[in-house]
Ligand binder design. Sequence first.
Ligand SMILES: O=C[C@H](O)[C@H](O)[C@H](O)COP(=O)(O)O
Length: 237
Amino acid sequence: MSLLESAKKAAAFRAVDECVKDNDVVGVGSGSTVVYAVERLAERVQKEKLRLVCIPTSFQARQLIVDNDLSLGDLSRYPQLDVAIDGADELDSNFVAIKGGGGCLTQEKIVASCAKHFVIIADHTKDSQVLGEQYKKGIPIEVIPFAYVPVINKIKARYGGEIQLRMAKMKAGPVVTDNGNFIIDWHFPADKFDWKDVNTNINLIPGVVDTGLFVGMAHRAFFGYADGSVKEKICPA
Ligand SMILES: O=C[C@H](O)[C@H](O)[C@H](O)COP(=O)(O)O
């Protein structure tokens, strides 16, 4: 296992051990770090006979839940979650996260918003002071396909920066999300932004489904290191 994978695994295992208890309804995030969280959930269900219901945030998460024989739920039956555990592309010192590097931001944000505790798991390279310091691929924004050009123009006119339509690999054309939409990635300029305002304003543009800015959502974060150690951070306010 590579050093980075060991770091992800350390964070995921620690978060599942500390944040999940018997009878919990658990939100399962998306991405490569969450794979280890699901592995640990399945181990604990086997060994400790935990009774959990898992709510997926993507097609990938649903597959992980099913493949690991965990109990699958949905928001119509379980609209209130005890905890949601998810990866992030970056988390800054004010607990603002960028998510959506894998295109799953909208369902992730919905599930996180329904959880009493939202916990981020990541390797240590995602831990930053200022947004954009570590993650260089821009802020993902999910848009209705019909509207992607006007949305790009409106964001650029208001805030500047560069925006690309995310293109698929191994398939001609754009990435299509689990919701049938496009993703644009906003490379914002190096200004001092109020991310809460930016998130609100971008979400008000017709055609925007949601942004990968998670402001005021995460309660705790676990950053793993290759030696198996984990740094825990708790949201300041
Ligand atoms: O769309 C993807 C999600 O927001 C992921 O949680 C995020 O990209 C982090 O993924 P990873 O654990 O693979 O770094």
